[in-house]
Design a protein around this ligand. Structure first.
Ligand code: KQY
Length: 364
């Protein structure tokens, strides 16, 4: 694997939309007891369910730390590949590689700097050195060259692209103090355009209320297809989420994409607010410098945090009346894909959801 000094745009590589064909997907195994309750056991069960659901559609590789290899191998079904990939926690959407491809069958990895969602400013844990090496290891395993950005912090969950030159993100995250405070908004745009081969960036204001990632876009909006965005929504005007979603709707309604198209927008209704129980809170080791899990705290639950697989959509369900409504909406958005709901409260308790624990490798 070579580390390249050019940029994907210079070399004719672009980031495809998640709805384009995949070679497979990576997941990392959860275990840290200061993020996952009861030593990660309940979360591991739901990661197994997610990996199993996705494996119906495409090849799944699960990366684990050495001390969990045997446990993960025993719990995961045979069709899921299990390999050792050292990590600090299990959010491969954020620490993993972003893959770019060209029209001649070429595939490469973009390896951003990862600092656990804000580094020493407001990051969620320390250290994050193993996480920051995950993208390089993925490039090695996929036998592709990589672009490494030592001076630019980015998580994969903070961006979505349409594969035709447009990216959506949030100001709350990309302009946050803990990422790239030395760069202006215009300079950040330039880095993204150069490394993902883009012409247009649509800036939403904020992500889901109380999202500990500083408002990742992958919890609030996604491209269904070029020209079509799904947006997390509530009609409850007393919910702080209402104003956030309404502002984003206005931005999307006024936006045009890289091809000059107006966007079609579909609302995906949120579950009712979900909070941490006493038992859940008490199951997490309280460690200084790590995001606390306090009883009664509201979690950033959203159906938008789904994974688009080859021929399928795997989305989180929360034992909520809106689970069924979400399934219907997703089925109408993706008539040719099978819609699979997986109970995901344990993943939510760790601070993210199904999209956050996956990272696809596009078909070259
Ligand atoms: O939502 C994500 N993309 C990651 C959440 C990280 C939470 C760490 N506790």
């Amino acid at each position: 694997m070579k580390t390249l000094t050019s940029t994907p745009k210079q070399d004719g590589y672009r980031m495809p939309g998640e709805f384009e064909a995949h070679r497979g997907v990576y997941i990392l195994w959860p275990q840290r007891p200061d993020n996952w309750r009861n030593g990660g056991k309940p979360a591991q069960k739901q990661f197994v369910d997610v990996a199993t659901a996705i494996s119906e559609f495409e090849h799944v590789t699960v990366g684990v730390n050495d001390d969990q290899y045997e446990n993960a191998r025993n719990l995961l079904p045979d069709q899921v590949e299990v390999v050792e990939i050292s990590n600090n926690d299990s959010w491969i959407r954020d620490c993993g590689a972003t893959f770019v491809k060209n029209d001649q069958g070429g595939l490469r990895a973009v390896d951003w700097t990862f600092n656990a969602w804000g580094g020493l400013f407001d990051g969620l844990y320390f250290p994050w050195d193993k996480d920051d090496r995950v993208a390089q290891k993925m490039a090695e395993m996929e036998h592709v060259d990589r672009y490494r950005l030592n001076d630019f912090v980015l998580e994969g969950g903070s961006i979505h692209v349409d594969g035709e030159g447009t990216l959506i993100t949030t100001e709350e995250c990309l302009l946050s103090e803990g990422r790239n405070p030395q760069l202006s908004k215009e300079q950040i745009e330039e880095v993204l355009k150069e490394h993902l081969n883009l012409e247009k960036i649509i800036w939403l204001h904020k992500g889901i209320y109380l999202d500990e990632t500083n408002g990742h876009v992958d919890n609030i909006a996604n491209f269904v297809a070029p020209g079509h965005v799904v947006l997390a929504w509530t009609d409850d005007q007393n919910d702080p989420q209402y104003e956030i979603s309404r502002e984003n709707l206005e931005i999307l309604e006024q936006a045009t994409d890289a091809k000059g198209r107006k966007l079609k927008i579909t609302k995906l209704y949120l579950p009712k607010p979900i909070t941490i129980t006493k038992e859940e809170s008490e199951g997490v080791d309280a460690i200084e410098g790590v995001q606390p899990r306090t009883e009664g705290e509201r979690l950033a639950a959203s159906y938008v945090n789904y994974y688009t697989a080859n021929g399928g959509i795997v989305f989180p369900i929360f034992n909520d009346p809106n689970d069924e409504k979400a399934r219907e909406t997703l089925q109408s958005l993706y008539p040719d894909r099978k819609i699979v709901g997986v109970p995901a409260r344990e993943i939510l308790l760790g601070g993210g959801n199904i999209h956050c624990i996956t990272q696809q490798v596009p078909e070259a």
